[in-house]
Design a protein around this ligand. Sequence first.
Ligand SMILES: [Zn+2]
Length: 395
Amino acid sequence: MSLLGHVHQLSEVIGPRGSTTEGEAKASDYVQRQLSALGLRPERQLVLSATSAYAPFILASGASLLGLLLFWQPQPVGAAAACIIGVTAFASTLLELTFTSNPLRWVIPTGWGNNVSAVVPAAMQDAKRPPVLITAHLDTHRTPLLFSSPGWRRIFRTIMPAGLAGMAALNVLFGAGIFSNDQALRQIALIPGTVVAVIFLLMLQAAASPFTNGANDNASGVAVTLALVERLTRQPLQHRDVIVVFTACEEVGAYGADTFMSAHRRNLRGAIHLVIDHVGGLRGRDFGPSIIRSERFLRRVECDPRLVQIAESVARAQPELRATVRDFDLAYSELSVGAKHGLRSLGIIGLTPEGDLPNWHVRDDVIANINEATLERTVEFAWCLLRAIDVEEMG
Ligand SMILES: [Zn+2]
């Protein structure tokens, strides 16, 4: 099957693949059949996941607003209750943003997804080094207003700091309200309260918007990874097993990658982790893959410096692949999860020369907007990178 053939099957024939939905399950079945056809023995792993990326933030901002309501009730009992609720919501949000279990996850709706993985063993089994893990997610995101235009995307970038600042300001005022009955405190609280209320409404809208077809995000990465597996079955690495995982439930907080890495902690000690996500480019624009040196969501996560060096030298040796090295500041990817598990992570993500993600979480994320040349360059680049990693000792 060609690269675009896989993208067609996933994004058109199966279509939207929301986390924990029927569509995602069909995508898991699809990659499982593809791996079996290559003579591998794919394994499925159940993933318990949130069903919505936005539910935790609806709950947290809603709790903060409930705090504001209590703050306007007779004091100091109202302020004390507001403070407890507000601080719990704030702390839970910080944990949620670093993919860590927290009270919000105890109450939001959950469902099941399926990771599908396979191993292509190293040619030389006796002098083996830690494996290479490749992850590419199967699921697709929704189409929130916040992603719908460059203007809205600018607002999206301010949402997280604004929301955290609004919740923190409310908590300070709630705390002060326990000791003071000053009416001015209640009135000032309406300002951060308004910010939190706007975010609450935007999160509700996001949670109700339809899913994308996900041709670029991430049928492209799945297609590239399947092409790499096909090559590896004919020509495995010498020193490292390559484990590929087609992950479920990335778009709601990277649950699939986290579940896999938790379950395979021992095998993955010292492993190299490549994330292949959103690599379909943009029809009409001719660029290559981006090597992600670091990514910033709540905090900056650095990729493995030695891996970045190797990737840079591959890019220099093959300028026709148009690979560039960049920092990624828009969102999280699975590389944050790899780094959390102590893996040596590196991301391959197809940013435009301006540093944008083409057709990100919008209805236009369809196969007609994919650039086949970018897909092919990404396969070639990733293949050369795997070969280059194979000849390195890397400690
Ligand atoms: Zn993605």
